[in-house]
Ligand binder design. Sequence first.
Ligand SMILES: C[S@@+](CC[C@H](N)C(=O)[O-])C[C@H]1O[C@@H](n2cnc3c(N)ncnc32)[C@H](O)[C@@H]1O
Length: 265
Amino acid sequence: MQRSPAEGYQQASLSEQKVDGEDFIQTDVCPKAGDVILDLGCGTGELSAYLAELVGPRGKVIGVDPDKERIRVAKESHSQIENLSFTEGSASSFFRMDSNSYDIVFCNAALHWMPEKQQVFNSMFSSPKAGGKIAVNYLDRLPQFEFNAYMLLNPGNGERICHEMYQCESKTKIEHYCLSSGFQIVKHYEFCVSFVFNSIDGLLKWHWSVTHGVLDLSLVTEERLKKYLSPSVGENGKPCLDFRGIKEESTVYRLIAVKQAENAG
Ligand SMILES: C[S@@+](CC[C@H](N)C(=O)[O-])C[C@H]1O[C@@H](n2cnc3c(N)ncnc32)[C@H](O)[C@@H]1O
C-alpha cells in the first residue's frame, strides 16, 4: 500500500525511470571507480544507488532534491550504502556546496522541472572539476499521454501542472544555455524511453506520483477517465498503455558536455 506520492514515485521509478536511467548511465555517463558524482534532482535515489555501486568504495555520490519527502524515502531506503548521501536542496542552491569538486554532475529527468535554466547551467558549470562533465536527460515537451492526463483528468490542476510545474524547453534553447555557461557539448541526441504501464491503475498512480500528488486522483471520474483513454482504445477494446516507439509519447534528449581543463586545447 503506497502512503505518499514519494513512496509511489519510488515504485514507479523502479520500473519506468530506472531501466532508461541505467541505460543512459551505461551508454553515456560511464562512471569510473573513484569518481565523485552529484545527482541533481535525485528523487528517491534509485539511480544514485546504482551510481554509487559503479564508483565503488573509493568514489562517492551525493543526491540532491528539493522534495523533502523524496529525500526522506531516499535516505531510509539506501542507508546501508556507505558511499552515498542525500541532501535536500535545489538547482539554485547546490552549487554553493563544493564547487569544482565533482567528476560528473548527473541530472536524470529533472531539468524539465527547473525554471531559469541559464542559471541552472551556470551553477552546473561551477560544480565539476576542470575536465569533468555533465550528463543530462530531459524532456523538450510533455509527452501527449501526460499532457492529456493532466488536462482531461484534472481540468482544475492541468494548467498548473503542464505550464507551471513542468518547465520544458526546446533542444535549441537547452543547447544555447549549455554553451553559454561555458561547457563544450560532446553529444546531444534524441532517445525513445520505455514508458509502459501494466494497468490503468498503474498509469494513474504514475501520473499522481510524478506530479508529487498534485494530480488529484479523487477528481478522476469515470467520465473523465473514459474521455482520456478512449482515443487510444485499440481493436482489442483496450486502451494503449505501452508508449514505446511512439515518437510524440516517448522522446527525450540526452546531453553530455564537458568543462574543459584550462590548459586543454
Ligand atoms: C522525474 S523526477 C527524477 C528523479 C530521478 N532523477 C530519477 O531519474 O528517478 C524529477 C526530480 O526533479 C526534482 N526537482 C524539481 N525541481 C528541482 C530543482 N529546482 N532542483 C533540483 N531538483 C529538482 C523533483 O523534486 C523530482 O524529484
